[in-house]
Design a protein around this ligand. Structure first.
Ligand code: NAP
Length: 214
């Protein structure tokens, strides 16, 4: 449950939903959320760790409790950042449309919702549940790391999904050179992950022996 303060003016509220597996959360995610907050004038950014992602059922990902707690530790020092349990509180597969409906609220003048996630994931949006409604309900911020061709992304978007062009903003974040996969691989190899993720997250990973088997 969130109590979002906006001086009583609900219509003016912009919220960012930062969707991801966060296994684990890292500096790239935090830099991304802060950059999006500033560029899109967001009142808050709410991190939403995925529960059982519909597209990843067979893969091994860390327990939702671990990913939620690491995300909470990581956002602790930023007054604009929050973490939601809305997706991890259910055993059933979770869909972005349900999360966006949850935060959009039932009121006509609900907050303006921006869904922030990786550009790769957003290019697949036409396979997501109720994507037409999703496109009506929110604006997407597609984030890419260096080396990912935004030109190719734009071209694909213009060619295949012209109706999405105005609903998707692109954001290139150099700090996203760090990835969750890279961190997991380093832990498995016994290499340091200092400065790639906030220190409390690094300590949490050590304490719970996460990622040791790669
Ligand atoms: P993913 O396949 O784990 O990640 C795809 C790429 O995007 C990775 O390179 C990842 O890097 C990056 N990424 C993920 N979240 C990011 C974020 N918030 N900011 C910047 N980069 C990010 O994708 P995922 O995490 O499973 O899914 C992303 C979001 O899309 C989730 O909220 C998920 O629920 C949603 N989704 C919904 C549906 C549906 O409703 N049917 C289907 C697919 C995805 P890192 O590994 O370093 O994070």
């Amino acid at each position: 449950m969130f109590f979002l303060r906006n001086n009583g003016n609900a219509a003016a509220m912009n919220i960012g939903l930062m969707g991801g597996t966060f296994d684990p959360i890292h500096m790239g995610h935090l830099v991304t959320a802060e950059e999006a907050r500033q560029q899109f004038d967001l009142n808050y950014v709410i991190f939403v760790p995925t529960g059982t992602p519909p597209h990843k059922e067979k893969e091994t990902i860390s327990l939702p409790e671990h990913r939620y707690l690491m995300t909470s530790l990581a956002v602790m020092s930023n007054p604009y950042f929050f973490v939601s349990t809305v997706e991890i509180n259910t055993e059933a597969p979770t869909y972005t449309i349900d999360t966006v409906r949850h935060f959009s609220g039932s009121e006509k003048e609900g907050p303006e919702v921006y869904f922030i996630t990786g550009a790769d994931a957003i290019l697949e949006i036409f396979t997501w549940k109720d994507y037409e409604e999703l496109l009506r309900l929110c604006t997407f911020i597609a984030v890419s790391r260096p080396g990912y061709s935004l030109d190719r992304f734009r071209e694909t978007l213009n060619r295949a999904y012209p109706e999405m062009v105005n609903k998707v903003h692109l954001l290139e974040i150099p700090a996203l050179a760090v990835s969750s996969t890279y961190i997991r691989e380093r832990v498995a190899l016994g290499k340091t992950i200092k400065y790639l993720t906030p220190e409390p997250v690094e300590q949490y990973i050590k304490k719970h022996g996460l990622y040791l088997s790669g």
